[in-house]
Design a protein around this ligand. Structure first.
Ligand code: NAI
Length: 494
């Protein structure tokens, strides 16, 4: 067996093979293949077409799990039908919990900021597995659908720790947490709280937090004021594309999906079917992702050397057709050749990277776990049941419904304390101007606070059954306190 570090390689669809070949040209010229070798794996449209809705073969998954590293080109997702996005499936099933993207102004890529002389150079770390991307959605009534937003303490800890570690490795001295904890006090609140907890282990790094809407405005007004931003999944998805817009589009934004065991390095753009097979595609995004891969495995020297050559090439006006420039555009292969020929050259001071000495991989492929790892953050909290929310499908007016529910719960440990529609309280107080839909939340809480800790889950389940005898119940949630603190949000207006 080879003693080189092996990396799974999926060229991808459309322009995938052209841009991958271009990147391999640069890697080869920089001497990377003395230490690493790529192992091709089968993924993408050919596998979808063969009827596998995962878009990847068992042997591809096996190789990626064994090697812990995947370098991939863009893959087409079948529109409609059963095929799911390979990217999302890979990130989620292999636990690649952090998405790292680097947004920097590049020479030759004109933007409003480059014209104004405003340098843009920052990273976004996006949580990659949880949040609404859990994809847990239901149609509850004729008119109501629901999406569960799952945020976990261990999930937050993983992504925050990665952001701080990456900041340390890149010499970044400030990390910003973006969130919406003023509104989503429990989910975003936990994301922010775990950020603050994790920050305690990184005393040399300054921290700040900013509400997501203000962050978006600030990024447009003064992008130079950010260095690394860590965000929950959906907010991170949106901010990543906003950030790509600041530096000239997705074509220049590299991406890495980092996991405890498996990490995936890919271009952000798609398969560009309109220019596939024409030697027109720009390999820059995939090459920059490859540089994150080289740095991830410890080949710092080759990464910096190739980055300097790439920037030097762009500065000298060599560009592919998607970039405006004074010179005639060159093809994908010619662009790669130019980068290879410029290895060892140094770009202008603003862009030049110091070339570290470290040039051999220090990455150890993962050991296959026997079972799924159980992650824990809060191992010893005590909790107690204090009530339940029962979601009811009905066209009754709030007061009529409340009257009936009060009768149903009369001989149980619970009393009706609140009803809401779409999260806004409509009973016992509220406004008749609040428009309601066919779906109410009825909150029942212990009549006697002294019963806290003495009521098991049978009591709310019994109440649920009793309500279910009279009404269509759409869903159910047990309410708990954790260490005496409310483990549920209040309704708007409560
Ligand atoms: P796209 O990114 O493939 O193309 C959008 C436009 O940008 C096209 O005009 C294309 O020619 C251009 N473009 C993209 N990459 C380029 C490059 N490297 N050099 C020069 N021009 C480039 O997005 P689209 O058309 O929405 O998606 C096409 C396919 O790609 C779909 O099947 C989609 O599912 C898939 N896709 C895959 C991704 C991935 O694997 N990471 C990400 C996004 C889309």
């Amino acid at each position: 067996m080879s003693d080189k570090l092996q990396i799974a390689l999926a060229e991808g669809d459309g322009i995938g093979s052209e841009i991958t070949q271009a990147c391999l040209t640069a890697f080869e010229a920089a001497g990377c293949f003395e230490h690493i070798e790529f192992v091709p794996v089968e993924m993408g449209s050919r596998v979808f077409d063969a009827g596998d809705t995962r878009g990847m073969t068992d042997s591809a998954i096996d190789t990626i799990e064994r090697l812990g590293l995947l370098y991939k080109g863009p893959m087409g997702t079948p529109i409609g039908g059963g095929g799911k996005s390979i990217n999302v499936t890979l990130r989620k099933t292999l636990g690649a919990f952090a998405n790292l993207r680097h947004f920097q102004s590049l020479p030759g890529v004109e933007t409003v900021y480059s014209q104004a002389g405003v340098p843009v150079d920052f990273y976004v770390v996006r949580e990659n597995v949880e949040d609404t991307y859990g994809g847990v959605e239901y149609r509850l009534t004729n008119d109501v659908v629901d999406c569960k937003r799952i945020i976990t303490a261990p999930g937050c800890d993983q992504v925050h720790r990665y952001a701080f570690e990456a900041a340390k490795a890149f010499g970044i001295d400030r990390v910003t947490c973006g969130h919406k904890a003023n509104i989503m006090k429990m989910t975003d609140g936990m994301f922010l709280d775990r950020f603050r907890q994790t920050a305690r282990d990184y005393a040399d790094i300054q921290t700040e937090d900013v509400i997501i809407d203000a962050l978006c405005m600030n990024l447009v007004l003064k992008p130079q004021s950010y260095k690394m931003v860590v965000l929950p999944n959906l907010q991170g998805d949106i901010v990543s594309d906003l950030a790509a817009g600041l530096v000239g589009g997705l074509g220049f934004a590299p991406s890495a999906n980092i996991g405890e065991k498996v990490s995936i390095f890919e271009a952000v753009h798609g398969t560009a079917p309109d220019i596939a097979g024409q030697n027109k595609a720009n390999p820059t995004s995939l090459l920059l992702s490859g540089l994150i891969l080289l740095r991830h495995i410890g080949m710092q020297k080759q990464a910096a050397t190739i980055e300097n050559a790439l920037i030097y090439t762009l500065e000298s006006g060599v560009h592919t057709g998607d970039v405006r420039g004074e010179k005639e555009p060159v093809g994908t292969a010619e662009f790669a050749r130019a980068v290879a020929d410029n290895l060892g050259k140094t770009p202008s001071e603003r862009y030049a990277r110091e070339v570290p000495a470290q040039d051999t991989p220090n990455f150890t492929p993962p050991e296959r776990p026997r079972v799924n790892r159980m992650m824990r953050t809060y191992e010893t909290l005590t909790s107690a049941i204090v009530g339940c929310d029962i979601y009811i499908e009905t066209l009754l007016a709030p007061h009529d419904l409340a009257q009936r529910l009060e009768m149903i719960c009369a001989n149980t440990p619970f009393k009706l304390t609140m009803m809401s529609s779409r999260g806004t309280q409509v009973w016992p107080t509220g406004s008749v101007y609040t428009e309601v839909v066919d779906y109410y939340r009825a909150r029942f809480e212990l009549r006697d606070k002294a019963m806290t800790g003495r009521v098991g889950q049978q009591a709310p389940i019994f109440l649920f059954e009793k309500v279910g005898e009279k009404f269509d119940v759409a869903s159910f949630q047990i309410l708990k306190e954790f260490e005496g603190k409310r483990g549920f949000s209040l309704a708007q207006g409560q």
